[in-house]
Design a protein around this ligand. Structure first.
Ligand code: PLP
Length: 403
């Protein structure tokens, strides 16, 4: 079922048609939730043939999936131009780690963008280091320093765009081109834009990873991750995931598939609301910086316009001054924004964060910022009414001065 990427339709249509070509979904709109550990064979010859095939669409044993998971993989592959297939993992982090363990061997060096998702950094400094895989953090906005960071043993680069929390937009085509010229594999965490907003393989990356937990699931009720790639890496990722024992449940696959169908309209609406909220924040005296690639005038906006076909509801802002207690009063005063990790759901969230503990090479505060401008808040904008969200934030700002 997971054949070559078929770009017969535009992305909005692919969201509807993807993963519905298999025999198993012929008489129903959605593939059934196919719970199965054991598959049965007619005879010994068939059992042997299935084992050797090792393909989506071929029953073998539950760990290799069943129609519900295959339909989701097929739909994700259809959305990723240049992909030969998609491997599913039980979380976004499992997808990142599964892909890294597929690519890297002991003695290799991994370059990690300094603004990568914090748990990705922890995997590099922890698990991978324990396997004798070295890492170097690099500033993804500094192409010269990046190029200089390669050595003979550099096997892979781990990219992310925009950067987690701080939202810098790096030049992925340039970073991936340099990696390829140096003989290194480029992996990108594409959770923010998804393949709808950023066709990562077309931009030169080898492996595109998405935390499906966020926009694709979209309803804050399921965790999953995916890695899509061209034929060479897809085959290896698939074997790697099998050897790690990864499998996702059919119930979860059905939830993610349901989320996928409406992802396009959710992202459009959330992007529009996020832009309005970001503009409103940029006009507030208490705000030092709005870190939102979609907002004209912000660093990264030009690259975002050049490389991205869409955005989402996730961005950050930095308060003037260094008063952590005031920041917490603002966040605590919000009624519509939940306080919590994760993002990309239908409901808005706010998260206070500090950058120093999760950066090695990137200067923070940045050049031109006040040294006290260090307390930031990340917002995940949901599907609520824009005016209600802005009114809620206005209440939060009123609480800033109530110390
Ligand atoms: C949340 C997140 C992940 C991990 O996804 P989980 O499903 O929570 O493991 C990976 N990358 C980014 C950028 C994320 O925000």
């Amino acid at each position: 079922m997971a054949g070559d990427n078929d770009s017969k339709y535009r992305p909005a249509t692919q969201l509807v048609t993807g993963g519905r070509s298999g025999d198993f979904a012929r008489d129903v709109v959605n593939p059934p939730v196919w719970r199965a550990s054991t598959h049965l064979y007619d005879n010994c010859a068939e059992l042997r043939a299935r084992k050797a095939a090792n393909r989506d669409g071929q029953f073998f044993y539950g760990r290799r999936g069943a129609p519900t998971q295959w339909a989701l993989s097929e739909a994700l592959t259809a959305l990723e131009p240049g992909a030969a297939g998609t491997v599913l993992y039980p979380s976004g982090l499992a997808a990142l780690v599964g892909a890294l363990l597929t690519v890297l061997r002991s003695g290799d060096v991994l370059l990690v963008a300094d603004n990568a998702y914090d748990p990705t950094r922890n995997t590099a400094t922890g698990l991978l280091a324990g396997f004798g895989i070295e890492h170097r953090f690099f500033d993804p906005l500094d192409l010269d320093a990046y190029e200089a960071a390669f050595c003979d043993r550099t096997r892979a680069v781990m990219l992310e765009v925009p950067g987690s929390l701080t939202m810098e937009v790096c030049d992925i085509p340039a970073l991936a081109r340099i990696a390829r010229a140096k003989g290194a594999v480029s992996l990108v965490d594409n959770t923010w834009a998804t393949s709808l907003g950023f066709p990562a393989l077309k931009h030169g990356c080898d492996i595109a990873i998405t935390a499906l937990t966020k926009h694709v699931g979209g309803h804050s009720d399921v965790m999953m991750g995916s890695a899509s790639a061209g034929d060479h890496w897809y085959r290896r990722l698939r074997l790697g995931a099998q050897q790690l024992g990864h499998v996702v449940s059919p119930d979860d696959a059905a939830l993610v598939l349901r989320g996928l169908r409406t992802m396009g309209v959710r992202l459009e609406k959330q992007s529009a609301t996020a832009l309005a909220v970001a503009e409103w924040l940029a006009g507030r005296d208490e705000v030092a910086h709005v870190l939102a690639p979609m907002l004209p005038g912000t660093p990264g906006h030009a690259l975002w316009q050049r490389d991205f076909a869409g955005g989402c509801g996730l961005f950050s802002f930095v308060l003037k001054g260094g008063d952590d207690a005031a920041r917490c009063r603002l966040v605590d005063a919000l009624a519509l924004f939940g306080i919590g990790y994760s993002w990309g759901g239908f409901e808005s969230l706010a998260l206070p964060f500090d950058v120093e503990p999760v950066r090695d090479t990137m200067p923070w505060p940045k050049a031109g910022w006040g040294v006290e401008d260090r307390h930031a808040i990340r917002l995940s904008i949901g599907l609520e009414d824009q005016d209600d969200l802005i009114a809620d934030l206005a209440n939060g700002f009123a609480a800033l001065t109530e110390g």
